[in-house]
Design a protein around this ligand. Sequence first.
Ligand code: ADP
Ligand code: MG
Length: 700
Amino acid sequence: MTADSAQPAHQLPITSLRGVGAHLRDRLARIGIHGVQDLLFHLPTRYLDRTRITPIGALRQLAEVVIEGEVLGADIVQGRRRSLICKLGDRSGVVTLRFFHFSASQRNALTRGTRLRCYGEVRLGPAGLELYHPEYHVLDGAAAAPLEQALTPVYPAGEGVTQPRLRELMAQALALANATDGPQRALLHDWLPAAMRPDLPPLADAVRYLHAPPPDAPLDLLLRGEHPAQRRLAFEELLAHHLSLQQLRARVRCQRAPLLKAPAELERRFLDSLPFTLTGAQQRVCREIAADLAQPVPMLRLLQGDVGSGKTAVAAHAVMQAVGAGFQAALMAPTEILAEQHRDTLEHWLRPLDIHSAWLTGRLKGRARAVQLAAIADGSARLAIGTHALFQDEVTFARLGLTIIDEQHRFGVHQRLSLREKGCAGTMPHQLIMTATPIPRTLAMIGYADLDYSAIDELPPGRQPVNTVAIANSRRAEVIARIHGACRAGRQAYWVCTLIEDSEVLQAQAAETAATELALALPDLRIGLVHGRMKPGDKATAMTAFKAGEIDLLVATTVIEVGVDVPNATLMVIENPERLGLAQLHQLRGRVGRGRAESHCVLLYGTPLSQHARERLRILRQTNDGFVIAERDLQLRGPGEVLGTRQTGDINLRIADLQRDAGLLGSVQRGAATLMAEYPQAITPLIQRWLGHATRYGEV
Ligand code: ADP
Ligand code: MG
């Protein structure tokens, strides 16, 4: 694809419309309208019925109406706010128009006997039924002014972009799209062959309908977004997203990647160095990955496995393949704590193979940083472990053959791409992405269709499901007593503090307060504290002590969410769980239940609990199945929340809704296959129409 300029070739500049100068252009851009094409797909969120006049005597509260009548009188009144009050009557009754902002000339024009037509919402005010600040105009002459022929659209608007302005621009754009030649013709060109949309209207019909539905249009369907015209556009939008990922994938498949195949002897030594035997599922996934790595085409594989399923060992196996073939590997984690843990685990498993790793995080500074960068650049470090810092430009690998990203949902597609760029001359590294959050099918199709998929669908032997209970904070003392019991019995426990804001400072404070409270209540326990504001050294000390069993109770923020592994910890208390998403709670809970002993998770909720929050905690109590939880999370919170903010920026749907339109996904997938096989010329225009402005689909 050609680089995305600010004005993709297919877009007529918005300034080609009358009345749009640089100022309005910028304001339109702020609400996502960059060209005439975008404008046409800027759809109303609701409609007003201005096709008929309601008799004043028949007005009802909250209705949006058109009325016509004669001014009976207008006065300025000094109430709590100075306002202009105008009485308007027809044969059926009288209503009040109320204005808080008005000019002298406006007031003077409202003389008795003037006929007005007004548009507005009916409310109950001090003077009975009133219209606040109605739009109106004076009717002059005897001839009846024509009414609207179609429902009036209400668009998402923005600063300096009013409804009348949008309607006027839309009329121009729709007229332009009527053209039979020139670049305008492409605006509403239907790229889908008729056979692909049996029950849906052609594109131009759908767009025109939605901007101006007839007076008898089914408003309920339109409001729910289920009208065939809306489904037509949603279908095309989902199709465009799916196609763009397929295209990305096809482009990656044209690249070359190094062949990574370790000698059998090395693999045997690796398996011997593991403190356990791989489960059947781990072995299968390792084989799938090894087969990809032995191809000269870059691997793009998503590895999904519930918390505790043993993804780290699979990652280590892949690292061993890369290093054994003479290349470097990079392993990236979303948090420093998790990266540290990976470093410790992998060093332990890989040291017998003489594989040494470099370490890079944002906090590493000065000489220490320079040393690590040098080791990565000259190839003496065969494995680099770290955080986002590994993405930075200053990091150069000698011979990078494989990148592994842990807990993918925190990284966006952009970052996924930028690590690919770090390959060595003419090749692209293989890429493995690991996540504990199952990607629901609906999301996978438009967010991850560029990836192959492997799943670890089996937990290591001897695991017991975590027994989860929800207890109100008013019973806090009981919960504290329970911690005491567990720790006296030789077990360890977590106490996790949550906050709504993503503020490390506030989180740290909350954890410190909780630690103090618990230390007072449990004087005979050894209590540790971990939060994101601590010095890395102090954090590591606390974690190491907890792992070694020298701390009974670890008070922590959600920094321990992913990956932390202490099998003797069997009790977790999560304070204010109602503040977190289901998937995140499931991750946290996965910190216990890692050994053979029975484990418990106490959700210590604040009261009163909303119906919604109650429902979410109930789901968590009922199932330990990460897949079920992710599906429910998606239903309850929407895709942005499930995937994290970074990802939302990537999957920016204008019209489609993954829940509502899930039923379309099957035909989207089939449609994409048909287009790729039979109508490849339609692919680029479709992607440009819907994603033209996103950088995600830039060059690989
Ligand atoms: P996750 O998939 O959540 O990243 P980890 O890789 O951290 O899981 O593994 C969880 C725990 O299970 C670790 O203590 C790890 O050593 C252990 N483990 C992994 N694979 C096996 C196995 N095949 N048998 C027994 N224990 C295993
Ligand atoms: Mg992990």
